[in-house]
Design a protein around this ligand. Structure first.
Ligand code: NAD
Ligand code: 3PG
Length: 333
């Protein structure tokens, strides 16, 4: 590292800013000449913006469009301590050749953990049984139920994304499970090396006990799992959605869950939150969490550590480990 530290700024909402205090701030200060942290660009003095070479952002940062970028002529790199950079980047940012990185890999860890937990508990019917009266006889009826359990299950992963790939890896620890992947962009050989089989979405829907959604929200993925795909599911199958609500047709899901034919575990919904009178909230076979799979409390420290790693590589002139390039934007979150 040369003696002159590049000028840096941290601009993000308070929900993430705490992760850049104390020790992580000291680590950043060894690499960057850091100005005062701010929650918006309007709170940053014009000369500090003009000098800024390295910007560290997270949720709450506005899009880096031409209006913002014109105030930041020295900007060379943006490190986003959150998942998607879709709402952050602009054509001007790419045109100027500014390095962009995101912490989406780090964010994938807790979402994949949540998904594995949901797969295991759904297999044991734990979500719906927890809502039955406590008088439920534990051994009688349940022991005779061959459809309960995680052995010989077929698990479908929609989207061989960062999170999808990690779920493919984790779910194999169950042993005795078959893992299918549906993703028009995935390479069958790479999927096979990960221990899964690439199939069409229809084939997957017809074969799985659990269908877990891990694709990004794009114009092309709206209602990717719709009436037709849900109708193909086996009786008793579970749909897990930790991706984005818009990927799943909620009217079609409600129709299938209402009859009890299909179960669901949803960390994301459409809309989000659901209206208080949504029937989905009352169904015993539907479990809903309020978009917490990825970003609960301490999990956010992973995002800050990912940014530290990227800043360190960048100041050394090395490739940024979690860099995002313009060409990826058509298929990533
Ligand atoms: N619930 C949470 O807290 C939480 C946290 C992080 C991310 N997410 C969401 O999880 C999802 C996955 O995130 P990620 O970072 O793993 O995504 P990602 O950006 O890594 O996904 C990109 C990949 O998705 C695949 N893909 C694109 N279009 C597809 C399609 N039509 N069908 C199947 N696959 C397709 C492609 O393989 C592509 O490479 C996103 O929707 C993201 O917003 C949720
Ligand atoms: O809440 C989420 O889904 C994750 O934290 C990722 O959100 P982001 O991709 O918008 O950062």
């Amino acid at each position: 590292m040369s003696g002159v530290r590049p000028a840096g700024l941290i601009v993000m909402g308070p929900e993430m800013a705490w992760a850049f205090e104390d020790d992580r701030r000291r680590q950043l200060e060894r690499m960057l000449d850091l100005g005062d942290p701010a929650t918006s660009f309007d709170a940053v003095p014009a000369d500090a913006l003009a000098r800024c070479e390295v910007l560290i952002t997270s949720w709450g940062a506005p899009r880096l469009d031409s209006a913002v970028l014109s105030r930041m002529p020295a900007l060379r790199a943006v490190f986003h301590a959150a998942g998607s950079v879709r709402d952050l980047v602009s054509p001007e940012l790419w045109d100027r050749g500014i390095v962009v990185s995101s912490a989406a890999d780090a964010n994938a860890v807790p979402v994949a953990e949540y998904t594995l937990a949901a797969i295991i508990l759904a297999g044991k019917r734990a979500f719906s049984l927890a809502r039955e009266p406590r008088t439920h006889a534990p051994w009688g009826g349940m022991l005779a139920e061959p459809m309960i359990g995680n052995v010989d299950r077929c698990i479908g992963i929609v989207g061989f994304s960062r999170i999808g790939r990690r779920v493919v890896e984790l779910v194999q620890m169950l042993g005795g499970v078959e893992v299918l992947v549906a993703d028009p962009h995935a390479d069958p050989a790479v999927v096979a090396r990960a221990g899964a089989t690439l199939v069409s979405l229809d084939e997957m829907a017809a074969r799985v006990d659990v269908l877990s959604i891990h694709a990004p929200e794009l114009p092309s993925t709206r209602h990717l799992i719709g009436r037709a795909e849900l109708a193909l599911l086996r009786d008793g199958a579970t749909v897990i959605n930790t991706a984005r609500g818009a990927l799943l047709d909620h009217d079609a899901l409600l129709a299938e869950c209402r009859t009890g034919r299909v179960n669901a575990v949803l960390d994301v919904t459409d809309p989000e939150p659901l209206p208080h009178d949504s029937e989905l909230l009352d169904l015993p076979n539907v479990t809903i969490t309020p978009h917490v799979a990825g970003t609960l409390g301490t999990e956010r420290a992973r995002l800050a550590d990912s940014v530290l790693e990227d800043v360190q590589a960048w100041v050394r002139g090395e490739p940024v480990p979690h860099g995002v390039v313009r060409e990826q934007m058509d298929v990533i979150a």
